[in-house]
Design a protein around this ligand. Sequence first.
Ligand code: GSH
Length: 123
Amino acid sequence: MKFFIKLIRNLLGVIIATADVLTRGTKLKRTPEKQQQVNAEAKELSLYQFFACPFCIKTRRAMYKLNLPIETRSASEGSPHRDVLLQGGGKVKVPCLRIEKEGNVEWLYESSDIIRYLETRFA
Ligand SMILES: N[C@@H](CCC(=O)N[C@@H](CS)C(=O)NCC(=O)O)C(=O)O
């Protein structure tokens, strides 16, 4: 039963992920200089996620629209990033944004908080 629920959940996730890619629309346009600066700042960020998680899809969609080349790291079972997330953030819950600033690392959970953070910083 648990396996069946997981299968349905993943299947739905793949459908949502496909619909997301097909309906994403356009990316935010910046001057080349500004985009270069944003790209440099985005290097300090990484998103721990599952491919088919709806909250992760929502967050990736916001990243796409804001034109942010943030590295995504799979926190699925068996991935080394999962342990890093657990050690650093304290729990395996996705999405989680790893923010590195001046040598300090912050772990931001909750899709709505992550999106708000990205919009405030980059919109
Ligand atoms: N309210 C959270 C919900 C996040 C959530 O429930 N994520 C699930 C995956 S869809 C999770 O990480 N579950 C832990 C696990 O599957 O190990 C958000 O909006 O980010």
